[in-house]
Design a protein around this ligand. Structure first.
Ligand SMILES: [Zn+2]
Length: 322
């Protein structure tokens, strides 16, 4: 490859006018043909120029596709993402922005809920699961998503089959180091494969997102392996039964469940399930990064708790991803 070709893409702005001027000058001389290299370079630079259009502008353009068909649904979603009154879990919530990162991941789009592309992709899911393909978010389509997310958690599937997984033998557990432990920690052990995957994931998050790198508290662990007997004792003595799940069969008994600090609202706990708390956490850079990337490291989410992730192995997590 010629030296000229190698250098060209790094300085398109300066080269383009010069090449254009050169081309005009050459074209104005009878008998002189434009060299093929100059033609090829012009085409290459035009392509580079197109690719350099601002990402925001490109995203906007793509998200507007299908506007004629989906404009009404998009408008409805733009409103109900903040105003829908519904009870997805045990108390009334307003809007569904808490679940937007997971839904966007499932729809394989970063387009806003008020965009035609978001509505079109939502309609495709509705159609696939025999719901009216309105493109408008509603509790019925949320239940579809919730089912998909829960099915990707082997622990949940075991519970559905009325199985409570046995805790791992102690030799399979490893200790966190001090800087991995959150101040509010309940435990300091994790299954060794989960701990290794967690460490790879945190390194990647810090390398990719300056906001996460700048705050060592983010992604610290406040709960890992929890001994079922200790959980039962805590339930009995403190009355802290976490809706009785702790006493009955918690995923933390597997040593592969991890509670990560993803921010919190002042006055509410790092594991507060209050709708305001979960909404706040879900909008942070840390959670949004996890939703997009945790699967690469073998972790799957639990929709109701933005801090709770379960290690299922890289192959299974990636196979399950949309
Ligand atoms: Zn948890």
């Amino acid at each position: 490859m010629s030296d000229r070709k190698e250098r060209a893409p790094s300085r398109p702005v300066r080269i383009l006018p010069r090449r254009t001027a050169e081309r005009e000058r050459l074209a104005g001389r009878p008998g002189l043909r434009l060299p093929w290299r100059v033609k090829a370079m012009s085409i290459l630079l035009a392509v580079v120029g197109l690719l350099c259009v601002s990402p925001v502008a490109r995203a906007q353009e793509i998200c507007d596709a299908g506007a004629a068909e989906w404009a009404t649904a998009a408008e409805a979603n733009a409103l109900n993402v903040y105003s829908l009154e519904w009870t997805p879990f045990d108390r009334v919530e307003y809007g569904w922005i808490t679940y937007l990162p997971l839904i966007q991941k499932e729809l394989d789009t970063r387009c806003a809920p008020g965009s035609p592309v978001f509505a079109a992709r939502l309609a495709a899911v509705q159609a696939r699961f025999a719901l009216p393909a309105t493109g408008v978010f509603d509790p019925a389509v949320f239940q579809i998503f919730r089912g998909l997310w829960q099915e990707r958690r082997p622990f949940v599937m075991a519970r559905v089959a009325d199985i409570c997984p046995e805790p791992p033998p102690l030799r399979e557990l490893g200790y966190l180091v001090a800087e991995e432990e959150h101040a509010d920690r309940l435990t300091r052990l994790l299954r060794r494969d989960t701990l290794a995957a967690y460490r790879r994931m945190v390194a990647a998050a810090r390398a990719e997102i300056p906001e996460i790198a700048a705050d060592p508290e983010l992604l610290q662990i406040f709960s890992g392996f929890r001994d079922p007997e200790a959980d039962a004792a805590r339930c009995a003595t403190e009355g802290n039964c976490d809706g009785l799940r702790r006493a009955v069969c918690s995923p933390h008994r597997t040593g592969a469940a991890v509670d990560l600090y993803v921010g919190h609202i002042e006055g509410l706990g790092v594991d507060s399930t209050h709708p305001d708390s979960r909404r706040h956490m879900s909008q942070g850079a840390t959670y949004r990064w996890l939703v997009q990337n945790a699967g690469r490291f073998g972790f799957v989410p639990y929709v109701y708790e933005p801090w709770h992730w379960e290690y299922v192995g890289e192959a299974m997590a990636e196979a399950a991803a949309p």
